[in-house]
Design a protein around this ligand. Structure first.
Ligand SMILES: Cc1ncc(COP(=O)(O)O)c(C=O)c1O
Length: 380
């Protein structure tokens, strides 16, 4: 198998799985329990939070464990909107957010909030001037994706963070789910108030995530219940999931120091090779994350391409995993100004540090053979 669908999910590191199993078996107590089993689990959770904070270069109190990227995005967006609604009901986001943010904003609109959806350039990023212009006296939140999950384009988070420093009442949420270990983000330097991470996107396990919440910020919790996670996220903590996630985060950061160039080399080779294949259009911009390449073959249904790759044991995807079962064109590609046909025929290749040059060569060779022959059949 050649697994090139790492933006959908990654294969968990063996060490992360081992950590999960050990923590599940040896630290099964409820961290809220007063007996030794509970205390032991609580200690592990405290230690895990400290480690996470050190890796993210923030304070442990600023680390909130959640069930994943979707929950982190929902909590940051709804939590801010509800908490500060007496001050204002205007929110800012973009046209190319992941569904877990985008649909949250759609829901908030139905509840009477006003949302500005910033347009994006051909390269899938927001214009700085548009961000500045969109801010109003009643704005409480700007929420943007860092690395786009379909395109690999990178929003200028640090620049936007600097602008927002002049608007201290406007909070800044960043969806960093696809950026972890791939495109660095200094949370403090970028003036970020909330930042979402998801364990299974960096070789941890599904069902664990984090939300960085800058100290001094306030959120309205989504769940009613116990006082776990600084009273912001009720529910018995997933100690094993969090511990495995932090293990995976450390390993990912170490791999990033050594292997980011390797990722860029592989995707550059693919981009170069695709230039020589008739009928292929590159959607990913040249300023991009190291691991994602998105291209279209207008006239070919992307499901046909995905299936054809699949028959060779190569796994890629159409758009984001959560919307790939719908046949409509990609909202993200349409927002970049691509035609309906091009937006409906996007294929995403997404790599991890584990992929090899040999796998990429196999992929390129097969692509060069398969696309012309499929196009010949369609154009007959
Ligand atoms: C950019 C982005 N944000 C959020 C999510 C949601 O994360 P999770 O699958 O952990 O809910 C994803 C998942 O694809 C994503 O790519």
């Amino acid at each position: 198998m050649i697994y090139f669908d790492n933006s959908a999910t990654t294969r968990p590191y063996k060490e992360a799985v081992d950590t999960f199993v050990k923590a599940t078996v040896d630290f099964f107590g409820n961290p809220s329990s007063l007996h030794p089993a509970g205390k032991q689990a609580e200690r592990l959770l405290v230690q895990t939070r400290e480690r996470a904070a050190a890796l993210l270069r923030v304070h442990p109190k600023e680390v909130l464990f959640t069930s994943g990227g979707t929950e982190s995005n929902n909590l940051a967006i709804k939590g801010t909107a509800y908490q500060h609604q007496s001050r204002g009901k205007h929110l800012i986001t973009s046209e190319v957010e992941h569904a877990s943010s985008y649909e949250t904003f759609k829901q908030l609109e139905q509840e009477g909030f006003t949302v500005t959806y910033l347009p994006v350039s051909r390269f899938g990023i927001v214009h700085i001037e548009d961000v500045k212009k969109a801010i109003r006296p009643d704005t409480t939140l700007v929420s943007l994706i860092h690395v786009n999950n379909e395109l690999g384009s990178i929003n200028p988070i640090e620049v936007i963070g600097k602008i927002l420093q002049e608007h201290p009442k406007v909070l800044f949420h960043v969806d960093h789910v696809q950026g972890v270990g791939k495109v660095p983000l200094d949370l403090k330097k970028a003036n970020v108030d909330f930042c979402s991470l998801s364990s299974h996107k960096f070789h941890g396990l599904k069902g664990s995530g984090m939300l960085y919440t800058r100290s001094g910020t306030k959120l309205s919790p989504m769940f009613a219940g116990g006082s776990q996670e600084h009273q912001l996220r009720a529910g018995t903590e997933n100690v094993a999931g969090a511990t495995a996630m932090v293990k995976a985060l450390r390993m990912t950061q170490e791999a990033a120091w050594e292997k980011t160039d390797h990722l860029y080399r592989m995707t550059e080779k693919l981009i170069e090779a695709l230039k020589s294949v008739d009928g292929v259009y590159m959607n990913t911009p040249s300023e991009r994350a190291p691991h994602i390449v998105n291209f279209s073959v207008p006239g070919l249904k992307p499901e046909v391409l995905v299936q054809s790759y699949g028959e060779k044991g190569i796994y890629v995807s159409t758009k984001s995993a959560c919307s790939s079962k719908f046949a409509e064109p990609s909202r993200v590609l349409l927002a970049c100004g691509f035609s309906h046909e091009r937006a409906a025929s996007g294929v995403r290749v997404s790599l991890s540090f584990e992929n090899t040059e040999e796998e990429m060569s196999t992929f390129i060779d097969y692509t060069k053979e398969m696309i012309p022959s499929l196009l010949k059949v369609v154009n007959k």
